[in-house]
Design a protein around this ligand. Sequence first.
Ligand code: UDX
Length: 428
Amino acid sequence: MNVCVIGAGYVGLTTAAVLSDLGHHVTCIDQDTDKIASLQNGSIPIFEPDLEDCVQKNKSRLRFTDDLSSGLSNTEIIIMAVGTPSLPDGSSNLSFLYKAMIDVMDHLASYKIIMIKSTVPPGTNAAILKFLKEKGYQPSLFDLVSNPEFLREGSALHDMKFPDRIVYGLAEENEDLLGKLNELYKGIEAPVIVTNYAGAELIKYASNAFLAAKISFINEVARVCELFGADVTHVAKGIGLDARIGHSFLQAGIGYGGSCFPKDLKALSFTAKDNGLQPLILDAVQSVNATQINVYFEKIKALFPALSSMKIAVLGISFKPNTDDIRESPAVAFIKKLHEYGCTVSAYDPKAALPKELSMVEQTETPYEAILNADLIVVATDWKQIIGLDWKQVRHIMKGKAVIDARNCLNPALIRNADLDYIGVGRL
Ligand code: UDX
């Protein structure tokens, strides 16, 4: 099939690369001319494992352009993957999506399927359809489909190739349309859920909210564990063995971050309130997450009264491993807090860089440079390069002895064996 993807961000690039790998001819369009120029030269503007190889491998079927009209000619399916960032009130900024929709509609000369992959709050697909009809665009020229994505940064290609489900939100039942959609994803094995627009939109939001709830839940349990001397990793293992609960997303730490969970929780809560419903759980999930760093910071302050005069090596800057993304990163928030408290911070990350606002904080090339003469180490992101450090060497070059495992990713026995003090989140 001939497919066009609008937006060359994480979702757009991954979608374009995997669809070309499935054998489709894909044009990926973005109005950012610099980004398109670098993509045309084979350079991928984000770090995502296997993406560069996939783009390279399929370059005969995958092209990048900033020219909408040339990109749209001959295409059968147009996939909208533009950003929907948070506005200050927590609502989603849908202006990029509306603008892109109008640009696309203005170029339509024949029937196309338009899929919205951008994450949009419940009610958006129906509102867009109504808006387009009111603007006078011929309904016979297009079908609008909601097709949310469930990609995790760091494993986006794998998640797109092996999804847990494929979701289609349709305006009404339409067998011909479903046939075309199934052709698009031919080669990907997954249960297909067909529902209405709001159903599809809510599957996306409810999934992310539920996963974030699991994290906040275990983080709250970690606080209780501290009161009674229990180890939250044992508790998580014990409850996770109940098949109804499962093991995933029960790793306590300094909270969730990234471009999705914080934004989506805010947007879902905002949309519920905007429509007269006061959400209880959604706001509790966000409150636990927002306070988790403080709770943990207070604990460290109590353990180390001289904290403000210490040199602290913070290992990890990104919001999670295998990405250079620092959006809403708890690691960055922790570094900021330590810096503002007066500590001398030296940060290290295998891929991510400190934000401009923290340019006064030192970032080192290697973990050992950050650790040299440090009084304390904080492991803020669970990169395997950090977990696998030579902890005896670490002990040798640091001044103090304490390792703060703010992600519960280290083996305490290994750390203690290196004559270091281990301090986790909600564990002994
Ligand atoms: C998430 C969803 O997983 C994905 O399906 C959706 O499409 C986009 O949002 P992503 O933001 O890439 O993906 O990251 P994810 O791996 O889900 O982690 C989110 C955050 O939760 C990270 O900061 C991570 O460190 C944290 N986390 C995750 C925990 O603190 N504990 C856990 O047990 C799991």
